[in-house]
Design a protein around this ligand. Structure first.
Ligand code: HEC
Length: 103
């Protein structure tokens, strides 16, 4: 899957506007950890790219964030990872996503 940039991101947002999505698909929803997600995850992804992921456990989110840091060079400080994992887990499990075939 390509990253959420340019034309591709526009296509995603059209898809999401046709379903009931909490609010703006390009922002992280309010909550503790929102700022961290906005700061360190929007560098390479749009927020809806994160919301469209299949449901993951908190532990899996931690592993994903760690991968983003170690493999892709996401500049998130190590000590922010636990809180962000909790936030993304909560967001991921409350968000209304369309069915996905990537489970
Ligand atoms: C430096 C760029 C960069 C940053 C910053 C970044 N990512 Fe990624 N992310 C990537 C790339 C590249 C991929 C594609 C990986 C692949 O195809 O295996 C990816 C893939 C993903 C995936 C898809 C699942 C997976 O494991 O591949 C998720 C979920 C994800 N990123 C979440 C995040 C979150 C959450 C953050 C913020 C903490 C973040 N990313 C920050 C580059 C980045």
């Amino acid at each position: 899957m390509s990253l959420g940039t340019g034309i591709f991101a526009g296509e995603i947002s059209k898809t999401y506007r046709s379903i009931t999505f909490p609010t703006d698909p390009f922002s992280f929803q309010s909550g503790k950890g929102q700022e961290v997600a906005n700061t360190y995850c929007l560098i390479c992804h749009s927020a809806d790219y994160i919301y469209m992921q299949p449901e993951h456990s908190e532990k899996k989110w931690k592993a994903i964030i760690t991968k983003m840091k170690r493999v892709f060079g996401c500049p998130i400080p190590q000590d922010q990872i636990p809180a962000l994992s909790t936030y993304l887990f909560q967001q991921n499990s409350v968000s209304k996503r369309p069915p996905t075939d990537s489970r």
